[in-house]
Design a protein around this ligand. Structure first.
Ligand SMILES: CC(C)(COP(=O)(O)OP(=O)(O)OC[C@H]1O[C@@H](n2cnc3c(N)ncnc32)[C@H](O)[C@@H]1OP(=O)(O)O)[C@@H](O)C(=O)NCCC(=O)NCCS
Length: 193
């Protein structure tokens, strides 16, 4: 971890947190990423819960239950039958809770919030998340979602790289400053790259 990341991690623990909002609007069907012979993308089924919990150590059974009851959709990729990549979507209309910022963002009809992207550590930087997010946009199009939004830590260079590659644009820096009980949220539009 570089010095800058350490600095922001320290601030995050005390008084200041921020994330980059990335958004993708679909006016046309996104390109079909094609299939890798040994990879299959699907929606996580109830029968796959246990396997998911072994895959994603940050999530416990209660949290998984909460996500499923709230109707969040988890798209997974299996490579040679093994769960290797996943991400979650909150489907609008309604709102999505961003835990890191302890805030919610509104979601209109046809909007979804994407979070919780994870690739098995030993298989990172092989294009799995990129393919997963491309297929996810296709999934969104087929389900009539035309706007996808996600919040990414500025230090998460690989997430930003994946988003940019599949068509997400960085639109705003959102976050908060706080001092004791005082807390102020901010949202600053980012210039179009
Ligand atoms: C973020 C994550 C899902 C990406 O998964 P992945 O399968 O490795 O992603 P891909 O292989 O499709 O693409 C990763 C890209 O980021 C690039 N990358 C990785 N680290 C990078 C860095 N420090 N700076 C710039 N680019 C970086 C890779 O080179 C690759 O780009 P390339 O294909 O042009 O070489 C994975 O790293 C992960 O699970 N991280 C831990 C959980 C996490 O942080 N989730 C995101 C929450 S917002």
């Amino acid at each position: 971890m570089d010095l800058r990341s350490l600095w922001f991690r320290g601030l995050a623990a005390v008084c200041y947190r921020r994330m980059i909002l990335v958004e993708c609007y679909l006016d046309n069907p996104p390109p079909d990423p094609g299939e890798e012979a040994n990879e299959i993308q699907s929606e996580l089924q109830d029968s796959e819960w246990r396997e998911y919990l072994r895959f994603d150590r940050e999530v416990n059974a209660d949290e998984l239950q909460r996500r499923r009851q709230a109707g969040h959709v988890c798209l997974i990729i299996r490579r040679d039958g093994v769960l290797v990549c996943a991400h979650w979507s909150v489907l609008g209309p309604g709102s999505a809770y961003i835990a890191y910022l302890d805030t919610t963002i509104p979601l209109g009809t046809a909007e979804r919030y994407v979070y919780g992207a994870l690739t098995a550590p030993s298989l990172r930087a092989q294009g799995l998340a990129t393919r997963s997010w491309q297929r996810s946009l296709r999934w969104a199009w087929d389900a009539d979602f035309r706007h996808s939004v996600s919040a990414v830590l500025p230090e998460s260079r690989s997430s930003l790289a994946v988003g940019a590659r599949v068509g997400y644009r960085q639109t705003a820096l959102i976050g908060y400053c706080k001092l004791g009980p005082w807390r102020r949220e901010f949202r600053r539009a980012l210039p179009r790259a």
